[in-house]
Write a protein that binds this ligand. Structure first.
Ligand code: M6R
Length: 367
């Protein structure tokens, strides 16, 4: 049942190229230049009338929502708010019939996310669910559903569900951009082509886990570490940090790279591991200057970046892990993979129960 893998988590990490293909299948038209989402009840008129989007989810699904926000805001220019579901209802959210609410849930059974969905509907909002389970409570109650086709996810730590949620967000953003005319058709075609290249790029990364495995063994001896990044690198840093805590029990924090010096830099001392995500060209120089701040305090830094920046970064960091080149918006679909493998191997090195971490359940049906 684990398909020759030692754990479900590793199997599911390796199923990601397939999950990408399956989630895209039938949602890109034959010309390869347009996204089609025939399942949506949301009409073009409704789409044109949306004045705000709220994305609501828990844990890893929330982290997918952070990347989703970035994709929607940059491609569609509609303001997006993100909330963890357990906070949403209690902050008297401003939600009206012109708000599109997107709930994200692998299981479709998370109690807080379901309650947030109902709260949004009670204010007349149209709720679109991104879920991996067709017959789930969230899929049944939502007004619209985009199903991720990741296949069953057994390991408590979510991997292929997260990356399939990213694919769903990219497809949805492109579709909204088409309907609202916010991107040129050539731009859309270019993003679709880059998305179609992702599965093969993933395969090439999955074929070479050795460097990450060795690094995982190194960090498994530590009790604290930091992830830093800017923009969507920060969103991925948050996901990497959650994954690591969840299964390796190493305490870690994800920080917006520029925010460290507002307090947390005090915790950086000789030898502390810092994982820096530096994939976003537009802010690379800024991230490098933050890397220098921690490096000056003796941090042991590992950077994740594209091949072309490896040499430059090696001037300020101890190790670099290169990911294949894609469009800036799509990098999370690749850059999260070394972080998934890192948590997996760190958990393994610590002798933990990788698939069933202590105190956690796969589906959280209590509020
Ligand atoms: O089934 P859901 O996507 O609604 O679950 C949400 C979270 O409980 C879940 O993503 C959790 O954070 C994972 N165990 C993280 O790996």
């Amino acid at each position: 049942e684990k398909g020759g893998f030692e754990h479900f988590m590793l199997k599911e990490i390796h199923e990601q190229p397939k999950a990408y293909r399956d989630t895209m299948r039938g949602r890109i038209d034959e010309s390869g230049k347009k996204v089609v989402l025939p399942e949506l009840k949301l009409t073009p008129e409704q789409i044109k009338g949306i004045n705000k989007i709220q994305i609501i989810a828990c844990g890893t699904a929330y982290h997918a929502g952070l990347v989703g926000r970035n994709a929607i805001e940059s491609l569609v220019r509609i303001p997006v708010e993100t909330d963890v579901a357990s906070e949403y209802r209690y902050r008297s959210p401003i939600v009206t019939p012109d708000t599109l609410v997107i709930v994200v849930s692998q299981s479709g059974e998370t109690a807080d996310t379901l309650a947030a969905l109902r709260e949004a509907q009670s204010h007349g909002a149209h709720v679109l669910a991104i879920t991996n389970v067709v017959g789930s409570s969230i899929a049944r109650d939502a007004d619209d559903v985009i199903v991720t086709l990741a296949g069953p996810e057994i390991a408590v730590a979510s991997t292929k569900a997260y990356t399939s949620q990213l694919i769903a967000f990219y497809l949805l953003s492109l579709y909204l951009a088409e309907v609202r005319g916010t991107q040129a058709p050539e731009e859309i075609a270019q993003i679709i082509a880059a998305m179609q290249a992702l599965p093969e790029q993933l395969d090439s990364m999955l074929a070479k886990p050795e460097a990450i495995k060795a690094y995982a063994e190194q960090i498994s001896k530590h009790e604290h570490l930091f992830f830093i990044g800017r923009g969507i690198d920060y969103a991925v840093a948050q996901e990497g940090s959650l994954k690591l805590k969840e299964i390796s029990y190493i305490h870690s924090e994800a920080y917006a790279a520029g925010e460290l010096k507002h307090g947390t830099l005090a915790l950086i001392e000789e030898g502390i591991p810092v994982i820096a995500l530096a994939t976003q060209e537009a802010v690379l120089e800024k991230t490098v200057s933050n890397i220098k701040e921690v490096s000056a305090r003796g941090a042991d830094i590992m950077a994740i970046t594209h091949e072309e920046h490896v040499a430059g970064l090696l001037k300020s960091v101890n190790q670099v892990f290169a990911i294949p080149k894609t469009m800036p918006l799509l990098t999370p679909a690749l850059s999260v993979v070394p972080l998934q493998l890192l948590s997996y191997y760190a958990s393994l090195a610590r002798g933990n129960d990788v698939d069933k971490p202590r105190n956690l359940a796969k589906s959280v049906t209590v509020e």
